[in-house]
Design a binder for this molecule. Structure first.
Ligand code: NAX
Length: 328
């Protein structure tokens, strides 16, 4: 029988975990023929709730789920993992400044980076969903010097999927007609969803829309503020869609992107498109044989340049702040 792929999930008893674990266990990442071993990390007070979730996983009798281990010690839970999905993070509390938020998350992602560095499998791939995702990924990466930088990524796939969905509904076309969507920059309100390189049924998406005002005043803010709209409507932040995007991201990183298309991933910049080297910023990427490459040679006009620069400036500020806190 095939050796199971070991997948770690942190924050496993949280809302995203409650969707994500069942998708992974049912084979969504590697298909029906590859067994998965789940390794679930939580903080000590959440372990009892996590035991309840494990009871439900057991009760699904998933053919692809070979075993589940839980714990509150990252060095035990991350032992030998091939994929680490870092979902658990410290949310912004009332009166919390951005510096406090970055520091609290540094207290989570620095030790988790160190633990991965020590015990993860040689081929480990680390995906950060927990916010502020890009800078948390930067902290984890910086604390794991023996893991190649290209094995760290932050999730901008939810933003990417939201952009596809908005465009699909604007043009009344199925999502399957849309290719080459790109989210640039930070997973935050400054992100830039780019229609100038996207295609609808093979045609340029910005041209197909033909309405710069809709693009600037409706499309971009709707995608960028979708998280807040969901909190407003649901009374809780996006969870099932975030889990689904995490699945899409990890699956495509493991299995590759289709010919003629690309996806958005926040990865360590090599200086492409003027994004300073070493920042974890969202780019259009293709994946083959488990390795991503930033799509090269796209023409960036003044409008896109301004939007990308603004989001990247925010990432630089976050990097300066966490450097000042001694987290890198
Ligand atoms: P929840 O608060 O429901 O769950 C988070 C879980 O993480 C909790 O069970 C908590 O006990 C656990 N946790 C906290 N510190 C931990 C640690 N050191 N080790 C292990 N577990 C720890 O949040 P949920 O709604 O599941 O969201 C999780 C994270 O995803 C948040 O940071 C959220 O902001 C972020 N999101 C990111 C998105 C993205 O597109 N990148 C979109 C959705 C979501 O907003």
């Amino acid at each position: 029988s095939t050796t199971p792929v070991k997948v770690a999930v942190t924050g496993a008893a949280g809302q995203i975990g409650y969707s994500l674990l069942f998708r992974i266990a049912s084979g969504s990442l590697f298909g029906p023929d590859t067994p998965v071993e789940l390794r679930l990390l939580e903080i000590t007070p959440a372990l009892k709730a996590l035991e309840g979730v494990v009871m439900e996983l057991d009760d699904c009798a998933f053919p692809t789920l070979s075993s589940v281990e839980i714990g509150d010690d990252p060095e035990q839970v991350f032992d030998g993992v091939n994929h680490a999905l870092l979902v658990g993070a410290r949310p912004r509390g009332p009166g919390m400044e951005r510096g406090d938020l970055l520091e609290a998350n540094g207290g989570i992602f620095a030790p988790q980076g160190k633990a991965l560095n020590k015990v993860a499998a040689d081929d480990v791939r680390v995906t950060v969903t927990g916010n502020p995702a890009n800078t948390n990924a930067l902290i984890a990466m910086s604390n794991a010097p023996d893991i190649p930088a290209e094995r760290f990524a932050a999730l901008t796939r939810l933003d990417h999927n939201r952009a596809i969905s908005q465009l699909s509904s604007k043009l009344s076309v199925p999502v399957t007609e849309i290719r080459k969507m790109t989210i640039w920059g930070n997973h935050s309100a400054t992100q830039y969803p780019d229609l100038f390189h996207a295609e609808v049924g093979g045609r340029n998406a910005a041209e197909a829309v033909g309405d710069q005002q809709w693009l600037e005043e409706t499309f971009i803010p709707t995608v960028a503020k979708r998280g807040a709209a969901i909190i407003e409507a649901r009374g809780a932040s996006s969870a099932a869609s975030a889990a689904s995007a995490t699945v899409d991201h990890v699956r495509d990183w493991a299995q590759g992107t289709p010919d003629g298309d690309w996806v958005s991933m926040s990865v360590c910049s090599d200086g492409s498109y003027g994004v300073p080297e070493g920042l974890i910023s969202s780019f259009p990427v293709t994946v083959s044989d488990g390795a991503w490459s930033i799509v090269q040679g796209l023409e960036i006009d003044d409008f896109s340049r301004g939007r990308i620069d603004a989001s990247v400036a925010e990432l630089e500020e976050e990097r300066t702040a966490v450097t000042g806190l001694g987290l890198l």
